[in-house]
Design a protein around this ligand. Sequence first.
Ligand code: PEP
Ligand code: MG
Length: 635
Amino acid sequence: MQAASEIECHDKTADLRSPIGLLSLGVRHDDSITLTAEGPDAATAIAAIADLILGGMDEPIETPRIPPSAVATRPAIDGALLGVTAAPGLAIGQARWFRHAEITVPEQGEGIAVEQERFTAALATLAARLADQARHARGAEQAIVAAHAALLDDPMLLEGTHARIASGQSAGHAWRATIRPLADGLRGSADQRLAERADDMLDLERRLLGVIAGVEDATIRFPADTILLADDLLPSDVLALDRSTVVGICVARGGPTSHVAILAATIGLPALVAVGPALSAVADGTSVILEATDALIRVDPDADTLGAARVRLVQADMRRADMLARAGDECRMADGTRIEAFANLGAIGDARLAVDNGAEGSGLLRTEFLFLERDSAPTVAEQTADYQAIADMLDGRPLIVRLLDIGGDKPAPYLPMAAEENPALGLRGIRVGLAYPQLLEDQVRAILSVRPVGQCRIMVPMIASLDELRAVRDVVDRIAGELGLLKRVAVGVMIETPAAAVTADLIAAEADFLSIGTNDLTQYALAMDRGNPAVAAGIDGLHPAVLRLIAQTCEGGARHDRWTGVCGGLASDLAAVPILIGLGVTELSSSPAIIPEVKALVGTLALDTCRAHAAKALACASAAEVRSLAREFAA
Ligand code: PEP
Ligand code: MG
C-alpha cells in the first residue's frame, strides 16, 4: 500500500500501518471510526481496509474453550481460590512465586549515533532470535512468536523510540518510555481481549531491554513439583519454563484468551488465570492442588484432600501415558471398524504436532491461514513450497488441501472485496475462487505440483450447489492435463450449508468425498452467527437440527459409496464422537492435540452401540438434551 492512511476513533488517531496504534485506539464493536488516506492508491486502500475491518479481522489461533463452570459466578469453596481455566488439568505441588526483576537502563544516552546504532543492533538480534524460535516452534507457539516479530516492526514503536533517542535518551530508556505507556493503555481497556495483548508488548519490552543490557533469555528453573504463582506472566516466560519441574501455573491477572493461556494449553500445562489479589496471600512453599479444569486452586489442603487428588492424578497420568503410547496405532473401533483419525492444520508446526500425536493424515489444511499476513496474493511457487513442506512433514499421509476460504469471517488483505451487509451470506468460500478465476487456477496449479502426485486431495469450501463443484472439477481437470498428470485428482466437497447437506446425494454422485464443516453448518442451520458472542451460548453443533443434516449427508454419501468425514469443531468434541460415528461418519479431522484422546475413545466404541446412541440423539428436542444423553453414554 502506497497511501498514507490513518484511522480516527474516540478523538484519537493512529497510523493504519501500526498494529499497536490500532490496538491502542480501543475500538469496540459498533464504534464509529473515520478512515483517511492520501496518495496514489488512496481509494483502493480505503476500500481494502474498510472491507478488512467489516470482515472481522479474525485471528487464526484457536482460543481455549472455557468450561461454563469457569465463567459462571460460583460460591466460595473453603480453602480454595477461584479463577478462570486457561488450560485444563490437575497438578499437585508447592507454590513458588515468580517475579520479574526490573532491568535497569540509564535515562541519558551516550550520544545519538551510539544509541541509534545500539537500538538497531538490538532489534536485529531480537528479530533473529524470534525467527529462530518460530522455526523450531509448533502451531500456536509459532503463531505467537510470529505475532511478536511483526510487532517489532511497528512504525509507532520505531518512530517513538527514534524520536526519544534523538532527544538524548538511551536506547533502552527510549524503548521502554515508548512501549510501556502503550501497554498500560491497552491493559486499562474495557475490552478483555485488548487488555490481554498488553502482555505481548511487555514481553517485547523486556526481551529488547534484555538484549541491550546483555541479560540473556534463560530457562526459568525451579525445584521439582513447582506450581508457579505470578502476578502476571509473559508469553516468553511460559516458553522458558523448565517443564520437568513446573507442573502448573496460577496467575493473579491474565485472561483465558491471552497468549499465555494459549501457550499453556498447547504444551498441556494446567493453568489458572484471573485469580485476583487474594493469590498474593499464598506463601512460597505452601502445598497446593491446582484443579485447573474446575477453575480453582486449593491452598494448604488437608491430608485426605491431598490423598484423593494424588489418586486422581496418577489415574489421569496413566490414561494419558497409555493414550500417547498407543497414539501411533491405526484408529479402529473395538469391533474392528476402521475410522480415520486425521488432523486439522493451519501451519507447518501443526503438521509436526499432528504426526507426533498419531494423526493418520490431514482432513483439512486451512490454506488461507498460510497467507494471512500478506498484502499481495501468494504466487504459485510460494504456495507450492508451503504445501510441499506440509506434505513432506506428513511423510506420505494423505493431505486434504482446502481451496482458499476467504470472505465472511476470514478476510484476506490482498483481495480487496467490497463491503457486504451480510458477509457470511456473501462472497465467501468457493464463490470467491469462481469470481477471481486466476486465484483459483494458481492454487490448483500449486496443489497439483506437490510430489508425490496423489498425496494431496482438493476440498472445495462453502458449496451450495452442484454447479460450483462442476466448475472447480473443470479447472482441476484442465490444469491436471496441462501438467501432464495421468491419474484423476480427488476433489471432495465441504458440507457447510444446509443446501449442500440436503442435496448430499446429488453432490456425492460427482464428488470424491464429503467432509462436514460443522462450524459453518451449525451457524447456517441455526441462523446464529458463529462470531457473535450474543448467541454463542446457543451455537452448539449437537443441536438435533445439525445432527439430522449430518445424518442426511452420510446417507447421501453412502448412496454413491463416498466416505463422509467431519472437519469442523465437532470432530474434536469427545461427547460428539460416538454420535458422529453412529450417524455414518468414517473420518474425523480434529485439533492435533486431542488426537490421542479421540483415538483412545474410538477404540472403546462399537458401531452398533453408536448407531443406537445416534438414533436417540436424533430424536432429542435440544442440544442440551443431546449433551445430557452424551454424558449418560460416556458414564
Ligand atoms: C467449518 O466450517 O466447520 C470448517 C471446518 O471450516 P472453518 O472453521 O475454517 O470455516
Ligand atoms: Mg467453514
